[in-house]
Design a protein around this ligand. Structure first.
Ligand code: MG
Length: 392
């Protein structure tokens, strides 16, 4: 990159956002930050603003769960901070950031449905997206990918599995199968009984990755992998029949593809989110950046693979079912799951109940085939309301 790449980060105070800033700090001669948007960790956001000197910061990213993000306030006009940056607020602030064509790329690193509208706005403005937000594709993959094609916008996945596949693919038409790896989470070799009695603390102790609470619980139920199957379907236009999940506890092989001729290409590396984040924001170039040490096959020593246990982890089948059904089925899956995960985190239900609830909501849901964005948000709202009633 000859001139500095201009970037904004939505969700800069979260797990992906803070790691992205660590990458950018290492590559400070390659990036200029236009805007940082964060949730309720105002202190951290202001600290980031002082350090990285963006043009704008945006407070109060709305969050669907109290305790994980701030409260949405409708936008007020742009204010000067007195610190050299301008201040924006809430959804309106995000819209302003994503309409700013100064951006070369926007990293969408927030969690939850709040990621969807700004992503669409950025696509409409021809701005490339580094996408870490799962809901964007799970809720509206058809619309988002179609808009991206129409506007010539690159959607570069940040999720380690999709990033791996993105790195393996030369020509998607020659690919027969996507093979998504899963670490298996904390309950991989525990009994169903132990899983049923799991405490919040046990569910949150992921053996390989440190992530936000919602995604960590999703990794314990394997719903995270289910959502990733849906994402992969949209990102790479692959039929669900040709997307396979394999358990790989070491998290060294981040995913693989099989070509028509039987060649399998996998992407390997140490389990660090810095690598896929850096790949996504520097694509198509590569730099030394934050790499801390070289990968060693002999240190890794062994790589294990096993079939997922669909009975112990029914979330996988539910995700395949919702994906194949299409339309608003995946909106229902996502909304019911998120509310159930929050209920688990709040101590209202057990871990295994999460997937039971999702199954019930899915079987009751009347699918809308080709929903508009408004219909998607309406279904999302409806499902959340109905799901919450189950805990009342
Ligand atoms: Mg992942």
């Amino acid at each position: 990159m000859e001139k500095k790449r201009k970037i904004s980060i939505i969700g800069s105070t979260g797990s992906i956002g803070t790691q992205a800033l660590e990458v950018i700090e290492k590559l400070s001669d390659k990036f200029e930050i236009i805007a940082l948007a964060g949730g309720n960790n105002i202190e951290l956001l202001e600290h980031q603003a002082k350090k990285f000197k963006p043009e704008y910061i945006c407070y109060n990213l709305p969050s669907s769960h109290a305790g994980e993000g701030g409260i949405s306030t409708r936008g007020t006009s742009v204010r000067n901070s007195g610190e050299g940056y301008k201040i924006l607020h809430g959804e309106e602030g995000l819209e302003q950031i994503c309409s700013n064509k100064e951006n070369d790329i926007i990293l969408v690193a927030c969690s939850g449905k709040i990621g969807l509208k700004p992503t669409l706005k950025a696509i409409e403005n021809g701005i490339d997206i580094a996408l870490a937000n799962k809901e964007t594709l799970v809720m509206a993959g058809d619309i988002v990918m179609k808009k991206a094609r129409e506007n010539g916008v690159n959607i570069i996945p940040v999720d380690s599995e999709h990033c791996a596949i993105h790195q393996c693919i030369k020509d998607i038409r020659q690919v027969d199968k996507l093979i998504i790896t899963a670490s298996g989470g904390p309950f991989l070799h525990k009994s169903i009984d132990e899983m049923q009695k799991a405490t919040v603390k046990e569910a949150l102790s992921h053996p390989r990755w440190h992530m936000g609470k919602k995604i960590t619980v999703d990794s314990a139920t394997l719903m995270n992998k289910g959502l990733e199957i849906i994402e992969a379907h949209h990102l790479f236009g692959m039929d669900y029949e040709n997307i396979e999940v394999v358990i790989h506890p070491q998290s060294i092989v981040h995913s693989a593809i099989e070509y028509k001729d039987g060649s399998v290409i996998a992407q390997l590396g140490l389990p660090s989110m810095h690598i896929p984040i850096q790949y996504a924001i520097t694509y198509p170039e590569r730099f030394e950046g934050i790499k801390s040490k070289s990968f060693s096959f002999t240190d890794a020593a062994r790589l294990d693979f096993e079939k997922p246990d669909f009975e112990k982890f029914p979330a996988l089948n539910l995700a395949y079912f919702a994906g194949r059904t299409g339309g608003t089925a995946t909106v229902c899956l996502n909304a019911a799951n998120e509310e159930a995960v929050f209920a688990f985190l709040d101590g209202k239900i057990t871990l295994c109940k999460i997937v039971d609830i999702v199954e019930k909501m899915l079987s009751d849901h009347k699918v809308i085939k080709n929903p508009s964005i408004d219909e998607i948000f309406e279904v999302d709202r409806e499902i959340r309301e109905k799901t919450k009633k189950l805990f009342a």
